[in-house]
Design a binder for this molecule. Sequence first.
Ligand SMILES: [Zn+2]
Length: 251
Amino acid sequence: MSIQTPAIILTIKDIGEADRLVTFLTPDRGRVTGLAKHAKKSRKRFPNVLEPLNRVEFYLSARTGGDLEFLQKGELIRAYSSLRRDLPRLGAAALLAELAGELASPPEAAAPIFAALENALARLENGLPVDSLLISAALHLLKSGGYGFHLGACLACGKEPAPPLHFSIPRGGVLCGACRGGAPGPLLALNPGAWKILRQAQEMPPDRLARLILPAWQRDQILALIRAFLRYHLGRDLKSWSFLKKVSGDK
Ligand SMILES: [Zn+2]
């Protein structure tokens, strides 16, 4: 008896001589950890399957060991081999995968998060501009996890926000300069151009994202804002930021 589930592999750790511990995202159970016994020797049960970011089908043992699942076998569905050859794309994919895993645990909203990550990986594979795709996919994942940004109107007065703009990290939304007093902090200064990019990245249909070109300083300001927001709400930094920083060059 086994249970079949679609999965996107997040991390893999070797355990002892033969076994591998696999963390993966599923649409129904959120983020799951499974033990692949003898996976290092048995290529038949996991042919080309056990690589981070792979989209696979896993067969789980019906008997569970509490929080740990037992992986009986796996099939590769998609390996995203183009994005793996391009370091900035790989950095973006790693960050989005880690974020999706965090948001899907607990698993209430896992199905839309799984779909959003799978779509983002497919787009990164197909070569859209990596910066605009990373930002829009991160915002989309956050929204699917219940952390959508409030960007259209000032959080305090409800009107079109007037510069100098600020972003409230606890509330995830924009404020007018005049309204920032008394708003819950920390607050980050938000350049009007970066604000516009954020709005477009959140609202634009993904097939039009190729038109969204942004300079490196704007990308960096927006990523710093998303990073500060995540650190505040998750209580720690995502591990993939340092890899992303290393591989994303200035354009
Ligand atoms: Zn206001």
